[in-house]
Design a protein around this ligand. Structure first.
Ligand code: PLP
Length: 426
């Protein structure tokens, strides 16, 4: 497709969806226009997928198609376009439900992203159910968005955080986890896949342990959904959150999955339009799920874009993509280990394509700047996970994070860039 945004040639997303075919990275790359861009005169090697992933034509076109032919507000209008927009919005919710195998689309709440999803749980379930002296279990390898909302809640309520420790490979110490439970434990909240270490945590096993204590579990799935199939019923968690933009969908849209009975019992989060049944100055009744948690005009285009990203993942042999990515990770590990004085952070047995490292005492920002000149996009810093930096006693790290559209050439460009970094700063 030469001109994806030309509305005259625009195809509705259904027409673009293809039957699943064996994974072929060349063909896949052609679906992502930005991968053909040059950066600083070099071909782009985009290795910052942990921060945000690129978007396929299928998603870009779905947004253009929505705005060009369907735009209206949802849930309210009696007119044709409003009904079309509402149908598209609710169809996206059903796609999300089936993508993570939720029991019902009433369990899918559209939010801005993982961060808002977690804050929603903290400010509703948490505010109502956590009191003085209660405890919430988090872990040492959390993103700040799965620490700060709980810390704020604990400060307000006089509750405290208990922290699951990890070993130096970046794996949870499950023996220690088991000892953290007490009769005051109100919630366990941990990351499915670490954005710094790539560790894939044994989610179902950890939920099983929490179940023995009757404690509900939230899982931060921001890095899991782009890399592997997630089945919330198989994991048996109570809450699961993720962001659209890390799974090839637009920014500003994300999902909170919650077990229906729990969501039913929770108070609303934001007050406003769409989340009520009846408003009187004496008495307000709230809407049913999922509207109860979706006050105001939602991100309609974003949710449709998320639905298109899910259609896209279903069309490309996602399992084949995960296998391809695992092979690429092997290749990248070997290539980085051959770089002198490079220390990998995060060497769990079970991990996905995230490669954090430090290079002798060269500051990660300096490394990132030289890599940028070579067209290699990586991230440098604390990656919103300062407790992990503390564990390894480093202020920051450089991170290359993979998606299924990356290639060995991208890794080779990274390694060439790192040799340049050593020459400049070594
Ligand atoms: C990115 C990320 C978040 C936060 O996601 P937002 O899209 O910024 O809300 C939370 N947890 C993990 C593991 C992440 O990688």
């Amino acid at each position: 497709m030469n001109s994806p945004l030309d509305i005259l040639t625009l195809q509705p997303p259904e027409a673009i969806a293809r039957p699943a075919q064996p994974f072929d990275v060349r063909r896949i790359r052609a679906d992502f226009p930005i991968l053909g861009e040059r950066v600083r005169g070099q071909p782009l090697a985009y290795l910052d997928n942990g921060a945000t992933a690129q978007k396929p034509y299928a998603v870009i076109d779905a947004l253009a198609h929505y705005y060009a032919t369907q735009n209206a507000n949802v849930h309210r209008g009696v007119h044709h376009l409003s009904q079309v927009a509402t149908d598209a919005y609710e169809a996206a919710r059903r796609k999300v439900a089936s993508f993570i195998n939720a029991a019902s689309d009433r369990e899918i709440i559209f939010v801005r992203g993982t961060t808002e999803g977690i804050n929603l749980i903290a400010q509703t379930f948490g505010r109502e159910g956590v009191g003085e002296g209660d405890e919430i279990i988090v872990s040492e390898m959390e993103h700040h968005s799965n620490i700060v909302p709980w810390w704020m809640l604990c400060r307000e309520k006089g509750a405290k955080l208990r922290v699951i420790p990890m070993n130096d490979r970046g794996e949870f110490r499950l023996d220690a986890y088991k000892t953290l439970f007490s009769p005051r434990t109100k919630l366990v909240s941990f990351v499915h896949i670490s954005n710094v270490l790539g560790t894939v945590n044994p989610a179902a096993e950890m939920v099983g342990i929490a179940r023995e204590h009757g404690v509900p579990v939230h899982i931060d799935g921001a890095q899991a959904v782009p890399h592997q199939r997630v089945d919330v019923r198989e994991i048996d968690c109570d809450f699961y959150t993720f962001s659209g933009h890390k799974m090839f969908a637009p920014t500003g849209i994300g999902v909170l999955y919650g077990r229906e009975t729990l969501l039913e019992s929770m108070p609303p989060y934001h007050g406003g339009g769409s989340m009520i049944q009846h408003v009187d100055f004496d008495e307000i009744t709230y809407a049913d799920l999922p509207n109860k948690f979706e006050a105001g005009t939602p991100n309609i285009a974003g949710s449709i874009g998320l639905g298109a990203a899910i259609d896209y993942l279903n069309s490309i042999d996602f399992d084949g993509a995960a296998r391809y990515e695992a092979q690429l990770l092997e290749y990248a590990h070997a290539a980085l280990r051959a770089v002198p004085d490079l220390k990998l952070i995060g060497t769990a047995k079970h991990k996905v394509g995230v490669l954090s490292f430090v290079l002798s005492d060269i500051h990660p920002h300096d490394a990132g700047t030289i890599l940028d000149l070579a067209g290699v996009a990586v991230r440098a810093g604390h990656h919103c996970a300062q407790p992990i930096m503390k564990h390894y006693d480093i202020p920051a790290a450089t991170r290359a994070s993979l998606a299924f559209y990356n290639t060995r050439e991208d890794i080779d460009a990274l390694v060439r860039g790192l040799h340049k970094v050593r020459k400049v700063f070594g």
